[in-house]
Ligand binder design. Structure first.
Ligand SMILES: CC(=O)N[C@H]1[C@@H](OP(=O)(O)OP(=O)(O)OC[C@H]2O[C@@H](n3ccc(=O)[nH]c3=O)[C@H](O)[C@@H]2O)O[C@H](CO)[C@@H](O)[C@@H]1O[C@H](C)C(=O)N[C@@H](C)C(=O)N[C@H](CCC(=O)O)C(=O)O
Length: 503
């Protein structure tokens, strides 16, 4: 549940001024902004959002019945005539959710040094490393990622990678109330596109790199990139830290209208990655900045994290932290769960649980797995999410060709036929040297891979990382989710294997 902390209330006239619309003659104070009638309560302002499935205007009466004292609408004609509360009319409700959400939450971002992190892969890891470096007992740094929200020892679960704007600002207030002086926020492209990070101007915006994803939402690669590039506009961030190792990053650095610090392997980078490796012991990066070299080390495992570590270090330095201090602190920051998480047991293979779900990230994860146990083989457990970005599947299959064994399985089919999803992955594997087996039951697939692998091998389980819920196979209703953690299943399989060996 998201934080719902008491607020002393914002006059409706101030809300109207922030929303840029006419103020009602009189109106009660607003204590909260909600965009779901089911979350409305006494004193809340209900924002009528038109979505893909529902029109919030149709739920305004329910929100008022639950205690909403005013309504924000852009199609007032769709509201019941006898709603009985003031209606603030704006051209687009979504467009004012950020500014109004910030106001109602008490503009918490004004009291925080905010860093926003975007990119196709590595957002969660980079955000976690950076927040870990910035967080000290006397000066807390909040963290908001797809894994959830944390500040100090307090945590909150969240439903989306980047929450809707009212929730985002409410969470920032929660962090301020728990002594945060800084916050690192993972900003997904969808969030940037629909305005979930509106009302926020980051001190630093980080771009971790780019490869096509979320095309179901964005339509084209160009639009996907443009959504991410929006974070690097003067009203959203003061300085950019941009990984320029791919053409889209270079284009962003060239076109951004804010100062940009370039991070990467190219000679023109402000923070040049001179050398980077990743092993079971973590990731080591040698960077050069202003003629001085710095050796960075992080426990995070995966070749993809070389630039993430460099970007996290750079962002902290741009914020004014001492470069050596940051390097020292990086060595102690735990990576997020399900990102290169290593599990093993005596006499058992090494299991790596990772979130890789794009072809580029998968190729990197397989290559890293191969380096972890050079004398052994890589067993890859691979699925693809149903009802989402179907075009990615063949590319994932192609990236899987570098593994020695591929165990195709279900990753949450969301109403699609799991066997059909796997068949599309298999197209990318046609003619490959890898031994391909299909075990649709994910628990059985992970267990079979761990059983089949020798102690010198690596079992790489990708796609779900930290996630602990999966929809029941073939289920149409997302409400039929069941608890399922790849890491827990792998741990159980490793334990079983050990018992069998002992027996
Ligand atoms: C594409 C997108 O952003 N969709 C979001 C959108 O859904 P929608 O347009 O279908 O909303 P809807 O169901 O039509 O409802 C319209 C409005 O009526 C309201 N309503 C509805 C029913 C009711 O009884 N009362 C009521 O008030 C809803 O709360 C909503 O405000 O508005 C919903 C309400 O906030 C979001 O939950 C939903 O995110 C959905 C769940 C989602 O899965 N989004 C994913 C694609 C997403 O945003 N992912 C990114 C990227 C993750 C990554 O990097 O991998 C993320 O940041 O999480």
């Amino acid at each position: 549940m998201l934080a719902d902390l008491p607020s002393c209330g914002t006059p409706l006239s101030a809300v109207a001024a922030r929303a840029g619309c006419a103020a009602p003659v009189a109106g009660p104070a607003v204590v909260d902004l909600v965009m779901d009638s089911r979350r409305a309560g006494p004193g809340s302002l209900f924002a009528c959002v038109r979505g893909a499935r529902a029109d919030g205007h149709r739920h305004a009466a329910a929100a008022v019945a639950a205690g909403a004292v005013a309504v924000l609408a852009d199609r007032p004609g769709r509201l019941p005539v006898d709603l009985g509360v003031p209606v603030l009319v704006v051209p687009s409700v979504r467009a004012v959710l950020g500014p109004v959400g910030a106001l109602v939450a008490g503009d918490p971002a004004d009291r925080l040094q905010v860093v926003a992190v975007t990119g196709s892969n590595g957002k969660t890891t980079t955000s976690t490393l950076l927040a870990g470096v910035l967080d000290t007992p006397g000066r807390r740094c909040g963290l908001l990622t797809t894994v959830g929200a944390t500040v100090g020892r307090h945590t909150r679960t969240t439903a989306l990678t980047t929450p809707e704007a009212p929730d985002l600002h409410r969470l920032l207030r929660w962090m301020v109330q728990r002594d945060a002086a800084a916050a690192v926020v993972e900003a997904s492209s969808i969030a940037l596109d629909v305005g979930r990070v509106d009302g926020l101007c980051a001190e630093v915006a980080v771009f971790t790199g780019f490869e096509p994803d979320h095309l179901d939402h964005h339509g084209t690669v160009e639009q996907y990139w443009a959504s991410k590039a929006r974070l690097f506009e003067p009203d959203r961030a003061r300085v950019g830290v941009v990984v320029t190792d791919d053409p889209w990053g270079r284009r962003l650095a060239d076109q951004a209208r804010i100062p940009v610090v370039r991070v990467g392997t190219a000679a023109d980078c402000d923070v040049r990655v001179v050398h980077g490796t990743s092993s079971a012991g973590g990731t080591e990066v040698l960077v050069e900045r202003a003629g001085r070299r710095h050796a960075l080390r992080s426990p995070v495992v995966g070749g993809v994290h070389v630039t993430n570590v460099a970007a996290a270090w750079t962002a902290a330095v741009v914020l004014g932290a001492d470069p050596d201090d940051v390097a020292d602190r990086l060595t102690h920051v735990d990576p997020p769960p399900g990102r290169g998480t290593l599990l093993t047991a005596p006499g058992a293979p090494l299991v790596v649980v990772d979130y890789a779900h794009t072809p580029g990230a998968l190729a990197d994860a397989v290559a890293t797995a191969g380096r972890l146990r050079p004398a052994g083989e890589v067993h890859l457990v691979l699925g693809a999410r149903g009802a989402r970005d179907r075009w990615k599947r063949q590319g994932l299959g192609t990236a899987a060709r570098a593994a020695d064994h591929v165990w195709l399985t279900n990753e949450g089919s969301h109403g699609e036929d799991p066997a059909a999803i796997v068949a599309e992955l298999a197209v990318g594997l046609l003619g490959s040297d890898a031994r391909v087996r299909t075990v649709l039951d994910r628990r059985a697939a992970i267990t079979a891979a761990v059983d089949a692998a020798g102690p010198q091998d690596v079992v790489l389980v990708v796609g779900r990382g930290h996630e602990t819920l999966q929809d029941a196979p073939g289920a149409l209703d997302p409400a039929t989710t069941q608890r399922f953690s790849d890491a827990d299943v792998a741990r159980a399989a490793l334990g079983e294997g050990r018992r069998r060996l002992a027996g």
